[in-house]
Design a protein around this ligand. Structure first.
Ligand code: FES
Length: 188
């Protein structure tokens, strides 16, 4: 009587009951969007999916509508990715920062693609405790270095996404991406 199955809390049972077949149908039906799901991704990861399923984990981003000074956020593998169109001066300034001034020393050149210094692409998750920094909108607070500002505990990133002040220990990571043309990148 004490261990009646009815006593089990079925509240969380739903996601655990998703079978491999159901999940694959979901993936096929819903395309890349499902890859962003907090539940779907670890499951897919552990299933060693076929190459065509993996291919869905990359996204194309059209850069043409992003004006100088503006940034946009796109979702890739469940993470916000910041794509920022820097001005020529911002790019030059970022490139000129001596590594000795950086907490997590990394040259700007190592964070942008050759021939495209005006585009910076970073994973938009603060490396302190995971908040989403502000700064993509021109009206957002961007901090003293003009990049991104994390309102949670005041971390400030420069226009290269490098940590300049505050508790965040490391730079915003650069995701894998490539230019497909001058106005299009593929992330992933
Ligand atoms: S999470 Fe960004 S400063 Fe703490």
């Amino acid at each position: 009587m004490a261990d009646s199955p009815a006593a089990t809390n079925t509240h969380h049972g739903h996601s655990a009951d998703v079978t491999k077949r159901d999940l694959l149908q979901l993936i096929t039906g819903a395309g890349a969007a499902i890859l962003g799901g907090a539940i779907a991704w670890p499951l897919i990861d552990s299933m060693n999916p076929a190459k065509d399923v993996l291919a869905l984990s990359s996204i194309d981003v059209d850069l043409a509508p992003i004006a100088v000074g503006q940034g946009i956020t796109v979702m890739w593998q469940g993470k916000p990715i910041f794509v920022r169109h820097r001005s020529a001066e911002e790019a030059k300034e970022a490139d000129a920062v001596p590594l000795s001034q950086l907490n997590d020393p990394q040259a700007d050149k190592a964070r942008v693609k050759p021939g495209h210094p005006e585009w910076i692409v970073v994973i938009g998750i603060c490396t302190h405790l995971g908040c989403i920094p502000l700064g993509n909108k021109t009206t957002d607070m961007r901090g003293e270095w003009g990049g991104w500002f994390c309102p949670c505990h005041g971390s400030q990133y420069d226009t290269s996404g490098r940590i300049r002040k505050g508790p965040a220990p490391t730079n915003l990571p650069v995701p894998p991406y490539a230019f497909e043309s001058n106005t299009k990148i593929k992330i992933g």
